[in-house]
Design a protein around this ligand. Structure first.
Ligand SMILES: [Zn+2]
Length: 295
């Protein structure tokens, strides 16, 4: 994951938090110059520290004064009609983006949104609205794929094939949307773009060009088969990406107009065998009517 993208996402969380807490920030500034408030607040602070010290030394603690000061403070705020409540978009990480050093789902969601903008994919659809408009024979499949989004990802390669217009990209963007809502880091790319990056990589050996495809939790490759095949580049690197991701147990979702036979012919046996591996992949053939899954 590129450092700038993470920074950008962190920035979004921080700005959002500030906007939400405009009043809170204003009020803090206001109070920091109010003498009465400062006096009350520092008296309370002193008393609390003193009580903590007494407690630590096993001395008797009387909290009457502390309670009285707290009361005075809250009355003061009430009189002045000032609220000092900090609000959070995400109560889990308190808008910091991290929980115990791990990325919070809200930060991952922001990262996916940035990646989505970069990818030039249009708006994503939700399974809920997809199911509303889908023909009957697609319902079961949508249900199954929605469940997959919340599963253990033992099967980490999904190959959605079918002729143009049967809804391959529609299904894959519904999956992407579901995963983003789950707080997963999702990257969408067209086969055309990825092939172009492969070629660029072969000339520049700029690791970042490859790394973005190797490191994201979920990679969507749209329309495999429409890209230019650069000799000794596209197929080798495509296999490298698919294989590496499989070993790292990262999920790859591919859509294609090509049938499995055509995949075998256009690419090679290695890529074909990854796609049809029953233990780790889900091949889906959409043909509009007779839907076959896992076959
Ligand atoms: Zn969060």
């Amino acid at each position: 994951m590129k450092r700038e993208i993470i920074l950008q996402a962190e920035n979004t969380l921080a700005t959002r938090h500030q906007k939400l807490n405009k009043d809170y920030e204003n009020n803090k500034n206001l109070l920091s110059e109010n003498e009465e408030y400062i006096k009350l607040n520092s008296a309370l602070h002193k008393e609390m520290i003193e009580n903590a010290r007494r407690e630590a030394y096993g001395e008797k603690v009387d909290r009457k004064k502390e309670r009285a000061l707290k009361n005075d403070l809250s009355n003061f705020l009430k009189e002045k009609n000032i609220s000092l409540k900090e609000e959070f978009f995400c109560s889990k990480c308190k808008d910091s983006g991290y929980i115990n050093g791990e990325m919070c789902a809200c930060l991952k969601k922001e990262i996916s949104n940035i990646l989505l903008k970069e990818s030039n994919f249009g708006k994503l659809v939700s399974f809920e609205s997809a199911k509303k408009t889908a023909p009957k024979e697609y319902q079961k499949l949508y249900e199954k794929m929605q469940q997959w989004c919340h599963g253990d990802y033992q099967k980490n390669l999904i190959f959605i094939s079918g002729k143009a217009g049967v809804g391959k990209t529609y299904l894959s963007t519904a999956i992407a949307n579901e995963l983003i809502e789950e707080g997963k880091i999702v990257k969408l790319v067209t086969a055309f773009q990825i092939s172009r990056d492969f070629k660029e990589y072969r000339f520049s050996y700029n690791e970042a060009l490859l790394d973005k495809y190797l490191s994201c939790e979920f990679l969507f490759i749209d329309d495999l088969g429409t890209e230019t095949l650069y000799k000794d580049i596209t197929i080798d690197l495509l296999f490298h990406v698919i294989n590496e991701r499989r070993m790292k147990k990262l999920c790859t979702i591919i859509t294609s107009n090509l049938t499995l036979d055509e995949i075998y012919d256009r690419y090679d046996e290695r890529i074909f065998s990854r796609i049809v591996d029953k233990n780790t992949s889900i091949p889906i053939n959409l043909n509009g009517k007779d839907l076959r899954i896992n076959k």
